[in-house]
Design a binder for this molecule. Structure first.
Ligand SMILES: NC(=O)c1ccc[n+]([C@@H]2O[C@H](COP(=O)([O-])OP(=O)(O)OC[C@H]3O[C@@H](n4cnc5c(N)ncnc54)[C@H](OP(=O)(O)O)[C@@H]3O)[C@@H](O)[C@H]2O)c1
Length: 343
């Protein structure tokens, strides 16, 4: 593994000190949009990608903070001095997770399948009256065995995409108030399992096709990546950035809906081909914090690097724009007016 050497570290710190003194608009103009390659890789952990970083004075919010990658990300951000708003599905879960890590954490809760609760959570965070340096949309459900509907749509699309779409819109002014705020959306390589035609604009309930749990999960993860891409387009020319992430394959509670024998095989043999949770949390932690990624906007990262494995669907700007518009229509009653997100 290529570790962060002393020279790179000094360069990054130097860049950070200079950038921190600049107004956001100037920052957006001058910073290279091309991410550095190869500083870290699939074996890097969240602690390694933040080694030497002092995040004191920065605030991050992360969904799914009570479990798996979200918990590890919160732990490491707090370890590096950041204030972390740890969002879970219930206040009890959020409090338990927050109180079990060192550092400054604030519990919050939402159910991404209940849009009113997303709005309430965002309003509580806005009430804290501090800019958000990063919003990490990490919570998710995978491979629900039966088709479940929420608001008349397939549940994974609602939880993984639409719930986060509302949260991002509701907190955008708070992120844009930071010198270089970052939105990080958890996608997955499973986006490759989305339907061949991409987003099912005319069948979000999976009514007119046979339901397949992986196709529906892939569909929701394609939506995460396309949403990040369209947001990046809208944010270009500002100091705020949007990127999406594939964390790797990691044995977490995400597999809870899979057949028992697959879960069992994962526990027994997962170590041979899966990342650890510490490694799985690295890419999102890196994208949310690395000084070298200031101004890097509109990329899909895997193993702490821009991923060349994007499918053509993920690069489909027309589909991304159409998804954004449809998502706005579907969640209109829960979005702030006027929106701070540029058109
Ligand atoms: N693990 C992998 O191999 C892998 C691969 C690719 C992408 N990802 C992505 O990485 C992210 C984190 O996954 P993970 O592996 O850390 O899974 P995890 O341990 O199961 O964590 C998922 C988190 O999402 C929360 N969540 C689920 N439904 C929710 C809802 N309706 N409202 C609010 N929160 C909800 C869960 O809360 P509860 O604990 O209350 O259920 C939990 O905190 C997901 O977006 C996933 O798609 C993971």
């Amino acid at each position: 593994m290529q570790k962060l050497d002393r020279r790179t570290f000094i360069q990054q710190m130097g860049t950070l000190s200079v950038l921190a003194c600049l107004p956001g608009a100037v920052l957006a103009q001058i910073v290279s949009r091309v991410p550095p390659q190869g500083l870290f890789d699939a074996d890097s952990t969240a602690e390694q990608v933040t080694a030497g970083l002092d995040l004191a004075g920065k605030t991050y919010a992360i969904t799914g903070a009570n479990s798996g990658l979200g918990y590890e990300t919160m732990r490491v951000l707090a370890l590096r001095g950041a204030r972390v708003i740890g969002i879970a599905r219930t206040m009890d879960k959020a409090e338990e997770a927050c109180s079990s890590v060192q550092g400054q954490t604030t519990p919050a809760f939402l159910d991404l399948a209940d849009f009113e609760s997303v709005v309430n959570c965002a309003s509580m965070i806005r009430g804290m009256d501090m800019p958000l340096d990063g919003l990490i949309c990490n919570a998710g459900v995978m491979a629900l065995p039966e088709r479940e509907l929420v608001y008349g749509m397939e549940k994974q699309f609602v939880v993984n995409h639409l719930g986060h779409f509302i949260l991002v819109n509701q907190l955008m002014d708070t992120v844009m108030a930071a010198p270089q705020g970052r939105i990080v959306l958890l996608s997955s390589r499973a986006h490759q399992r989305a339907p061949r035609e991409g987003i099912l604009f005319d069948d979000l309930a999976f009514e007119h096709r046979e339901y397949d749990s992986w196709t529906a999960y892939g569909h929701s993860k394609l939506a995460n990546a396309l949403c990040s891409r369209e947001l990046a387009r809208r944010l270009s020319g500002t100091s705020t950035t949007s990127n999406s992430v594939h964390p790797g394959v990691i044995n977490t509670n995400l597999g809870r809906h899979m057949p028992w024998y697959i879960q069992w095989a994962g526990k027994l043999l997962g170590w041979t081909f899966m990342k650890t949770v510490e490694e799985g949390a690295a890419t999102q932690t890196y994208v949310a914090t690395s000084p070298g990624l200031a101004g890097v906007n509109g990329y899909y990262f895997a193993d702490c690097n821009p991923d060349p494995g994007e499918t053509p669907q993920m690069q489909d700007d027309a589909m991304a724009g159409r998804l954004w518009q449809l998502s706005q229509e579907l969640t209109r009653d829960y979005l702030p007016t006027p929106t701070t997100i540029p058109a």
